[in-house]
Design a protein around this ligand. Structure first.
Ligand code: NAD
Ligand code: MG
Length: 389
């Protein structure tokens, strides 16, 4: 029986994870659930899965959850704060952690799980973008098993030779082919980008996801973050990672080998597939996702990404080359810009220019401690917020 902590249980990935868990009560039990908002949903999840601990972010939310827990006659212990998130991610009583908090807020608890040697199911790509080297060092030092949940990275993991999920030349690997749907604005008239609304941006054609990652998909910053994520997860250089637009989101990514073979992982666009893969790895379990119907899909299209239409993708390649704190600065500026866009403070095209300006004002520094990275992160947020005025 695996005992699980789900960080970000009330979000899109968290809910999908609990859906898979509910199908296998003989394999998994929940140790802890966490959530920032949707306290009522968290209470319902506690009633269904009976975790030992539930974590929220502040005292106010804890009081609200405590009342709902008491009304339901549950025994779940309610705690709050960043340290409590790290505690449930590293507790002896849990074997496996699903890291599904969105943004830099997930870094501390995700890293705590890595340091504690947990089986770590990583959805929180921002954690790797910010602290790639430190994160991978922590995984190596503790012997943690790191399994990617991002559908592309999970696909790449599945297409790499078992036990050799890295990309050094001796494995005969030529390239990682990272597929991208291109989001809702792949074919929209470029001159109309200024009138894009948050509602249009979060309406992804294939995937149902949280608001932040949905905007990231619309700007293609999501693919940029994923290039950096692939770099750290698989030890691939920027030139070994190629982004391919594939609007149907049926092929979730591919690995090209020296002999000309290309291996791909296919499936319906449903995050329960990578979640079930990682939960059961190396076994396979039912995820609730149907097999794909190739005859109905009929056609798979591919094209090159347009870096003029999607400047965020180029920015991500630039910071990967720059190294040091540059990816952390990009991520911080992006988080500020996306929130400002969702709050209707700035237009869609201002997202990329705000990030570019922040990058030019906060030069890349070499960073070897978490403290120095977090200092750069907060410098970048201050700078990006100043640019909003
Ligand atoms: P979401 O917004 O639906 O959920 C985020 C979760 O994190 C919620 O439970 C929320 O309460 C919690 N949270 C938010 N801010 C917090 C904070 N400051 N402190 C503590 N908890 C906080 O997001 P999502 O779509 O589920 O994405 C989660 C992560 O998974 C992101 O990093 C995203 O990039 C990644 N991811 C998501 C998908 C997807 O299909 N949704 C696919 C690939 C990767
Ligand atoms: Mg993805």
């Amino acid at each position: 029986m695996q005992s699980l902590t789900i960080l970000g249980a009330t979000g899109s990935i968290g809910v999908s994870t609990l859906d898979v868990v509910a199908r296998h009560p003989d394999r998994y039990r929940i140790f802890a659930l966490t959530g920032q908002t949707r306290i009522d949903v968290l209470a319902e999840q506690c009633a269904q899965f009976q975790p030992e601990v539930a974590v929220v972010v502040d005292a106010d939310a804890a009081e609200r959850l405590q009342k709902l827990i008491r009304d339901r006659g549950l025994k779940t212990n309610v705690v709050y704060g960043e340290q409590a998130l790290c505690d449930v991610a590293s507790a002896d009583a849990c074997d496996t952690v699903m890291a599904a908090i969105v943004g830099a807020a997930g870094l501390g608890p995700s890293l705590a799980a890595a340091k504690a040697g947990k089986k770590l199911l990583l959805a929180n790509k921002e954690a790797l973008v910010i602290s790639g080297q430190l994160f991978m060092d922590a995984v190596a030092a503790s012997g943690s098993t790191l399994l990617p949940i991002d559908s592309e990275h999970n696909a790449i993991f599945q297409c790499l030779p078992i036990g050799y999920q890295r990309v050094p030349p001796q494995h005969g690997i030529r390239k990682i082919l990272l597929t991208a749907s291109g989001g809702p604005f792949l074919d929209r008239e470029l001159s109309s980008f200024d009138s894009i609304t948050p509602e249009q941006a979060v309406a992804h054609p294939n995937w149902s996801m949280g608001r932040k990652i949905s905007v990231d998909s619309a700007t293609m910053m999501n693919k940029g973050l994923e290039v950096i994520e692939a770099h750290w997860l698989f030890g691939a250089s920027a030139s070994q990672i190629e982004v391919v637009i594939h609007p149907q989101s049926v092929i979730h990514s591919m690995v090209a080998y020296a002999d000309g073979s290309v291996l791909a992982q296919l499936g319906n666009p449903d995050m329960r597939t990578p979640i079930a893969h990682a939960l059961a790895y190396p076994e396979r379990i039912d995820s609730g996702v149907d097999a794909i119907d190739l005859a109905r899909i009929a056609q798979l299209d591919f094209r090159e990404p347009d870096r003029v239409r999607f400047p965020c993708l180029q920015l991500a390649f630039d910071v990967l080359h720059a190294g040091g704190s540059a990816p952390a600065v990009l991520n911080a500026a992006n988080e500020v810009a996306v929130q400002a866009f969702l709050d209707k403070q700035i237009g869609f095209t201002r997202i990329s220019s705000l990030i570019a300006e922040t990058l030019s004002r906060v030069p890349a520094a070499s960073v070897d401690t978490l403290e120095s990275l977090l200092a750069q992160d907060s410098k970048a947020r201050d700078q990006a917020r100043a640019l909003l005025q």
